[in-house]
Structures are given as structure tokens and as C-alpha cells.
Design a protein. Sequence first.
Length: 376
Amino acid sequence: MSTYRIAWLPGDGIGREVMEGAHIVLDAAGFAAEYIPGDIGWEFWRSEGDAFPPRTVELLRHADAAMFGAITSKPVKAAESELAAGLRGKNLVYRSPIVRMRQMFDLYTCLRPCRAYPGNPLNLKEGIDLVMFRENTEDLYAGVEFSPVPGELADVLKKLSPPFAPFGGLGGTEYAVSCKVNTRKGSERIARAAFEFARKNGRRKVTIVHKANVVRASDGLFFETAKSVAKDYPEIATDDANVDAICMWLLKNPLNYDVLVAPNLYGDIISDLAAQMVGGLGFGCSGNIGERLAVFEPSHGSAPKYAGQYKVNPIATILAAKMMLEWLGETSRARAVDEATAAVIREGKCRTYDMGGSAGTLDMARAIASRVQAGR
């Protein structure tokens, strides 16, 4: 039996607790792995000025896959104020380590399935089964931002963009600029990933999400590229929707949708919306997938107010671990984890606080692990 090298990145707050729960379930599934702990998160930003230290980057270069917990992120000024005294005033700028990781390792696919498990009291409707494909490295998350705005940039914008005229007289500290960067390559490969998934898994339709009617350049490129990719998959129905409209239609008619593909920011928004429709972020699992490496995580944050209480729902992290098993080709173990999770939810005897129960994080993990072992 192969032993996988899994980078184990708990991060901040409840990340450590939900990762502990996932570990219990992976052990119950008989997953043979070496879990190698990695340093990431807020404490390393405060003490070292780097929330994603080089040693953790190196760990990921040699891992088969990674599990990631949760990260605390704060605005620039708040982040700087929490640096160790000796690091302040050195022009260190906080950037989300998970965003950096996605870009550094070209984890261009963010895969977020959102399924309504039968018996979950938090389901908006039974039968919801959506899969979100979010481009993971470009768009407004590219990090091309200016505040204050350099005068030379303002001069170029005044020269090249007539719509910039109302802002041309402002001083550099009076506004900020964030660049929305979509490339043809990035748009093509996330669209193709969505259609390939649909073809492989017998999905009936792919919906392209955009705002090309207003954001004509970057979203226009994404939309036109995705439509071109769709021509290679004639057996799969294709439609499209503006991001604001899809939020409305998903809530009204979720069963009309199947696979959705979107640029980075819109994908983030609609996948959180879809997660709430199937129980909330306690059920929202996510995979950041590249050609060589994949990093799996719950899509919730670090929830510092609950840290140390072992109270929160670990199912999102357990389902992220299931996704990791699938990506590694451990399909029978992945199926066992999925079926055990579904059984515990359906039975309803073990429920965390968000589900209306009193079970703790590890109670839920052990309930699922027990079902996994019973089925082996």
C-alpha cells in the first residue's frame, strides 16, 4: 500500500479543530499517509512578517497533496498593527496565504461541490446538487492594486481611458485602483475543466457566469472564451447568466442548474451562496487543483470566537478530505467517507450546534468514522 505525503496545514482558529476531525475520519478509512505539519497563518505573519513562510512553500513542493484548515485575514492597516514591534515600518504587506498558494502553484481550478444531503435540516430544498468551477488565479484576486495611486499610472489612464476622466483630478491618496485581470488561457482552461467534469460525470448542463454586459473587456473575454470551449462539447447543454441574476435564480430554482463556471470573484460569491443552500459553510468543501498539486479545504474561515471550543461542524473539512481521496485515486475510500457522512446526516442522532444539536466537533467526526469502519 502506498504511503502518501500529505502537507498538513491547520492554520488559525478552528482550522486546527476541524482538521483533527478530518484526521479521525481518514484514519478510519484506512488511508495510509505521512502527515507533515506546515506553518501557515496569522501567528507567522505576526512573528515573522510572512503568513506563508518559505519552509511551507518547500513542503508543498514535495507533497502529494495538502489539507488546509482556515486562515485569519485582516485589512492592511490592521495587519501591520499586529506585527511584532521589530517588523513594523519595514513595508511588509499582508497577502492571503491561500491566494498566494493558488498563484504560486498554479492551482487554477477551485472545485466546490454543493450537495443537499437528505435529512439535513438546513437544506433550502432537497435534491440540490451543484458543482462550482471557479477560476482560481486571476481576476480581482490577482493582487494588482494601487493605494495610493501613482501619478504615472493616473497619467496613463487619463490618456488611454475616457471613462477615467471623473477621477483624473483626484490626488493619489483619494482613491484606489484594483485591476481585474482575466486571460484567454485562464478562461479557457477553467471552462474546459468544467465541461470535462460534466462529460465524465454525466452532468446535463454547464452555466457560464459573468457580467459581460457591464464589465465588457475582462468578463467579455471570459464569456467569449467559455462559449468557444462549449462548442467542443455538443452533448452538454450550455447557458449563461449575469452574476447578479444567477444569485436570484439559484435561490428560486436551484434544481434548474448543474455545473457552473465563473471567474474568480463571482465563483467565490456563488459558491458561498450555494453552500448556504445546502446547510451553510459547515458543509462547504473546496479543492484547489493544479496539474501536479492539489490543496483541499473547508470554505469557511477561522471563526476565532469559537476557537478552542471544539464546537463547530467538521463536515466541510471531512468532505474536503473525501475530495482529496478522490483526487489521489482512492475512490473506494472516498465513497466510504461520503456514504458514512450521508448516513450520519440522514440518521440525525449526531448534530452540531448549527444543525440544531449539541454534538461537538469531534463527536461528529467520530460518528462518521464509526460508520466508515462499520462499512469496511
